[in-house]
Design a protein around this ligand. Structure first.
Ligand code: DQA
Length: 148
């Protein structure tokens, strides 16, 4: 059987306002800060033998720049696009242009909130979506990618 030759590298992206986790409504988004979530992601990735590159920006253009710069050396993307989920078409195009599998993660259940949150422009180009399972959604996404 062929052995996997290279370590899987996964880009983990966080969109607008996710740098304020811990200060945002904890009943909706949980109490963990973004640093703490990233630490959990990094620890879990290390246990799975996955390399991760985490990045947060409040700007759609910066997220697009990061994706364009980092995609070629990576095997998959995990993204919580924040509110860009609902209208970020240049982010969607950048993700699709990579040709990489994308897993969309939301801390809250976007289908159980305001009507406008139930539409994701990212979902049609994503391999799948995890919504409403809090920070563990990121960890679950890594488990799924590691099992591929
Ligand atoms: C979110 C849901 C979005 O609707 C919202 O704009 C966010 C966070 C989530 O993780 O639940 O900023 O992506």
């Amino acid at each position: 059987m062929a052995k996997k030759s290279r370590k899987l590298r996964v880009i983990v992206l966080h969109g607008p306002n996710l740098n304020f986790l811990g200060k945002r409504d904890q009943a909706v988004y949980g109490s963990k800060t973004l640093d703490s979530i990233n630490k959990s992601i990094e620890e879990h990735a290390a246990a799975l033998g996955i390399e991760v590159a985490t990045y947060q920006s409040n700007s759609e253009g910066s997220l697009v720049d990061f994706i364009q710069a980092e995609a070629s050396g990576s095997g998959a993307i995990v993204i919580n696009p924040g509110a860009l989920t609902h209208y970020g078409l240049s982010l969607r195009d950048a993700l699709q242009d990579t040709g990489l599998p994308v897993i969309e993660v939301h801390l809250s259940n976007i289908y159980a909130r305001e009507q406008w949150r139930a539409t994701s422009v990212i979902a049609p180009i994503a391999r799948g979506q995890i919504s409403g399972l809090g920070w563990r959604g990121y960890v679950a996404a890594l488990d799924i990618l590691a099992a591929d």
